[in-house]
Design a protein around this ligand. Sequence first.
Ligand code: ASP
Ligand code: MG
Length: 412
Amino acid sequence: MPTLVMKFGGTSVANLDRIKRAAKRVGVEVAKGYDVIVIVSAMSGKTNELVGWVNETSPLYDAREYDAVVASGELVTAGLMALTLQEMDVPARSWQGWQVPVLTTSAHSSARIEDIPTENINAKFGEGMKVAVVAGFQGVSPEGRVTTLGRGGSDTTAVAFAAAFDAERCDIYTDVDGVYTTDPRVSDKARKLDKIAFEEMLELASLGAKVLQTRSVELAMRYKVKLRVLSSFEEQSDDAGTLVCDEEELMESNAVSGVAFSRDEAKMTLISVADRPGIAAAIFGPLADAGVNVDMIVQNISEEGRTDMTFSCPVDQVARAEKAMEEAKTSGEINYHDLVADTDVAKVSVVGIGMRSHAGVAAKMFASLREEGINIKVITTSEIKISVLIDRKYMELAVQALHDAFELDKAA
Ligand code: ASP
Ligand code: MG
């Protein structure tokens, strides 16, 4: 039997009615002849509540117990989904992560999946089970403790199962009907894309288009898992949603496929640091040790052996970054005149694999921002992405202008 993986996010299993609705979708696929592996999230809001309880009980919690508590939300929905399917006369049973087993590293709260042996579930399919309902977001460490995969991790569970079971497709049911050219809340001209390449999705996911956990896209790209994002709230046809697929499956690509943004950024500049070998390592080493996620980096022109170093990071990490830099200064690792933090910036990016073959994308982007009178503070580029840092108050305007400039309202 061909295997299909269907993942239902928190809003799709938010209550018993929604679970019933999701189970009906599963029933449709079973009727087509698939063996189905259903991956469920916790009911929406549940994981936040569990995390809150842990923090309230023990601010400096034991990460193993955090995982024990936080993984429980998915156990409830897995059992309820299996029961609902049984009520529909579909042979189904639930699996907790450790029962499969989903083998992970011991990095509690952010574990990685190492292996998913398929024997146990396949044996049950062999006995006539039609649906394996698996609790997402969790696994078991070599020490035999329950682990979780990081917030949003059930997407990664789903893709990992699709790879392990060589599934025909991995359908991610969520509360939006696909991947859009930009966030429809920011531009009412946003269009749903029928297809998008893994690499583009990776950039969009990591830039804050929170449809899929970034790691799930990385995994899908590595194992060439056909990934489909679609809504569990609408009747679905076979080509609904957005297919995230290999570049080769896209007929022709526009220069730009989407405009992404990240609202809460900060720009930090170390004024006048010594321009000598090892200075970047001396700055970014301590920042990494302090857990600061540095994104863009610009080293300015050097004068008389001194230079300015600018970087961006999430705005809620500014205090941590400042502390790390002050400590590095005190210990004599680096020396600087001043550390200036601009905490009112946002990042806006255009993404598209078509950039590799289309010239002039950057020029068009900058011209469009100029027309709106938006000042660019930092620019970075990669093969398929151009990002700018701008004042946060212009973020929406910039996204709309770029969406127009690249004619994304005509995208399909
Ligand atoms: N329930 C977990 C979370 O809220 C995992 C998931 O839904 O993907 O992060
Ligand atoms: Mg999610």
